[in-house]
Structures are given as C-alpha cells and as structure tokens.
Design a protein around this ligand. Structure first.
Ligand code: NAD
Length: 412
C-alpha cells in the first residue's frame, strides 16, 4: 500500500466511525490547493539546472496552513500530499489553530553547496510567495532543511513585500525571532508524553527502562530529559548500530562520545548491538526516533515493552500496529507523540505576531499543558470508542476539523 493510500485509509476509518457524510469526507480528503513549480537555478559551475518544487495545502478550516519543507531526491507530489494531510491532523490533535500543508523540492542537498541551496531556496520562495504568509501558510524546517533555510525564506519574502515578516516561517534562528526551546521541542514533547503514559499505565517513571532508536535531535533530547526525570536509558542507537547496558547509560557521556567518534557505537561501558536487537529488548518504554517502518509484522511479535512512543514519523506499519494492540502494548501515535515541534512552532508564531519573547521556562510550561491535554483527549477518546490510541488520535483530529468545516458553512 502506498503511503498516501495508508494515510487516506486512516482518515476513512475515522470518518466512518464519526459517521461523516460523503460530501464532507471528500472535502476533508482532498487538498485545497496544490502547487508545482519549476525552479531554474544557476549552479556554481555556471550551468542552469531546473528543479521541481511542491507546496500542498491540505486544509485551512482551523487556521493558516502549517507544515515543513523538505529537500530530498525522492520527494514526490504524492508523498507531499500525504504529509500535508498528516499535518492537518497533527495540528488538530494538539489543538493549535493551524491547518495542514507540506512542501518539498526534489533535489540532492548533500551534493549542493550552501550558495546553491540559498539560490534554490530563494527561487522557491519567490515561486510560492503569493500563497504563503503569516496569516496564510507558514512553512518550517523538515528533512534536510534547517534554521538557515528558514532565514532565507523569511528574507526573500520580507524583501518582496517590503516589510520584515518573521511570522511567515517558524524554526528560524533565535537572532531572527526564533523561539527559545524550538530545537528541543520534539524531544520535550516525547518526554512529556512518556511521563503521562507512565501515569496512565500506573507504572513508576523512576527506574523505568527506556530504549531509544535514533540518537539525533528527537531521540537524544528525549533520552536526556527522560534520564533527568529518573528513567534508566538502557539502549540507544544511530544508523551505524546500537549500544546496550542492563543498568543504564549516561546520556551526556554518550552524546560526547558521538560528537568525538561520529556514532554511539563502541562506547566502552556498553555492549554493541544491532538496531534489530535493540527494538526487541525488554523495556518499559520503547521510543523509535529514527526512520519509518522499523516495527513491522516481522518483528512486532518480539517487541517486549509496555508502550511504544512514536517520536519518528511512521515507525510502525499497519500490520505491526494490529499485532502490538493484540499484545496489549500501548502505541502512542506519531501525530501525538511527535507534536512538540509543531506546538513550539505555534508559540514562535505567536511571539512574532505579538512582538514578544518568551523564556524557555514559559515555552516548556505551555508545551507541557498542551501535550498533557492532547494525551488525555486521545486516551479518553480511545476508551469512549473502544479503539487504539492511533485511531483515537485520528478521531479527535478529524472531529475537530470536520466541526470547523461545518461551522464555516459553504457556497456549494
Ligand atoms: P536526526 O537526523 O536529527 O536524527 C535521526 C537519527 O536516526 C540519527 O541519529 C541517525 O543516525 C539515526 N538513524 C538513521 N537511520 C537509522 C536506522 N536505520 N536505524 C537507526 N537509527 C537510524 O532527525 P530527527 O529530527 O531527530 O528526526 C527523527 C525522526 O523524528 C524522523 O522520523 C522525523 O520525521 C521525526 N520528527 C522530528 C521532529 C523534529 O522536530 N526534529 C519533529 C517531528 C517528527
């Protein structure tokens, strides 16, 4: 099944449970606007290359469109469309006043210089400038784009419209109106959700064994914060492999080891293991924070944890989801567990529009409130409809967006 079909199927399931009529389903399923742009870009060697860029705006009933921009050789319109729909649901689950969008450029950023990336980003911004804006569509970083990319977008947009417009993008450098805590936001959200899962399952957080796959931004920060909350991080990994200690690992020291050697593996106080072995370790909380489709029908039976908290996007396949549910393992879906990033993006946008600056403590406190409320909404819905947490998150989201669409009325 393609990624887009899977995303649509998840939506259809929720729509059916909510008994939405056919017309409303069609409104919610189709993107409101799809833009494909050709981007001629001068390369450093003087040649001109033409890249293809996309921006898909799925739904704006609850507010301006919101979603990242990715640079990758495999970007397709279908993938961007699916991701735009997921953004609508993600913003609705955490109840922030945004719709969903996603963008991308089909390019190989690893083979391009900074100057080439800057020229391409500015061309893309000019091409989509009429359909983005602080009250219209607010892009953010995604795969292989970062704070610098956002700074170029903000600058191009601001020059075109003749006024500084920081609120047109989020995930900016702090110097340009980026928010304190934005870099740690996804990991913070994952840690807060894990703490709530422990409460929900009646398990002590102190001493809980946590396994984290992927020691990048989301994974390493989740691990650090959970260790501070009293958990024992017993295994972590990256693309080169994993490490395990039956007692616990010191997250700060591992981060330092990775900075020095380029990987978490070969850490002297731990045993090297494979990423496959890591996923099957006995633990209290398993946090996939690397790539998609790592828990599949092949290994789901051997997953030995109380809960999976999906920091990564799409780490569990639909077949595996069913197996985990039957085994009584709680899976907190990506739409909820990884929503800390977009929530702090919303805080950044609010700060830019109100010309204010929040402290990191304010950001953390507000994020905590949002994530706890979202987690409780989802678990209450799971109980009410007798469904798993993934289906419940979809129900919460689709219900909110459907209500907004209905309340807007129509000119059909
Ligand atoms: P990152 O690039 O900082 O880190 C990814 C980590 O995963 C790296 O340590 C990498 O070595 C490791 N990795 C790559 N392939 C692997 C493999 N096959 N097995 C094990 N580890 C592997 O990325 P990130 O920003 O931390 O994002 C991780 C996941 O979280 C992605 O799925 C992303 O979509 C999702 N996510 C991130 C954010 C965010 O704000 N960073 C927000 C929402 C969702």
């Amino acid at each position: 099944m393609s990624f887009l079909s899977y995303v649509r199927e998840q939506f259809e399931e929720a729509a059916q449970i909510l008994n939405l009529n056919e017309g409303l389903r069609e409104v919610l399923e189709k993107p409101e606007r799809t833009i494909i742009v050709s981007l001629p870009c001068k390369m450093d060697n003087g040649e001109v290359k033409v890249f293809t860029g996309y921006r898909v705006q799925h739904n704006s009933a609850r507010g301006p469109y919101k979603g990242g921009i990715r640079y990758h050789p495999d970007v397709t319109l279908e993938e961007v469309t699916a991701l735009s729909m997921l953004m609508t649901w993600k913003c609705a689950v955490v109840d922030i006043p945004f719709g969903g969008a996603k963008g991308g450029i089909r390019c190989d950023p690893k083979s391009m210089s900074q100057a080439e990336l800057e020229r391409l980003t500015r061309k893309y911004t000019m091409a989509i400038a009429r359909v983005i804006g602080p009250y219209l569509d607010i892009p953010a970083p995604d795969v292989y784009t970062d704070a610098q990319t956002m700074a170029w977008i903000m600058d191009t947009y601001s020059k075109m419209y003749g006024e500084p417009t920081p609120a047109v993008v989020t995930g900016k450098p702090i110097a340009l109106g980026g928010s304190e805590g934005r870099n740690e936001a996804t990991g913070m959200g994952v840690a807060i959700v894990t703490r709530e899962v422990a409460k929900y399952l009646g398990k002590p957080l102190k001493g809980a064994r946590v396994v984290v796959q992927g020691f990048g931004n989301a994974g390493s920060i989740s691990a650090k914060l959970l260790q501070e909350m009293g958990c024992r991080i017993i295994a972590v990994s990256d693309s080169k492999g994993g490490i395990y200690s039956k007692d616990q690992l010191d997250v700060e020291k591992i981060a330092e080891h990775k900075r020095k050697t380029g990987s978490v593996i070969n850490y002297e106080k731990a045993k090297n293991i494979t990423n496959e072995e890591l996923l099957e370790l006995e633990c209290d909380f398993l946090i996939p924070a690397a790539i998609e489709n790592v828990i599949t029908a092949k290994n789901a039976d051997r997953i030995n944890t109380s809960a999976v908290i999906e920091a990564a996007n799409g780490p569990t396949t639909p077949d595996a989801d069913k197996i985990l549910f039957e085994k009584g393992i709680l899976v907190v879906p990506d739409t909820l567990a990884s929503a800390g990033g977009v929530t702090v993006s919303y805080f950044e946008w609010v700060q830019n529009l109100t010309r204010s600056k929040w402290s990191v403590e304010d950001v953390k406190a507000n994020l905590d409130t949002k994530m706890v409320k979202a987690f409780n909404d989802v678990m209450r819905t799971a109980k009410e409809y007798a469904v798993n947490a993934r289906q419940a998150a979809m129900i919460v989201a689709v219900k909110r967006v459907a209500e907004a669409v209905k309340a807007l009325g129509s000119w059909f």
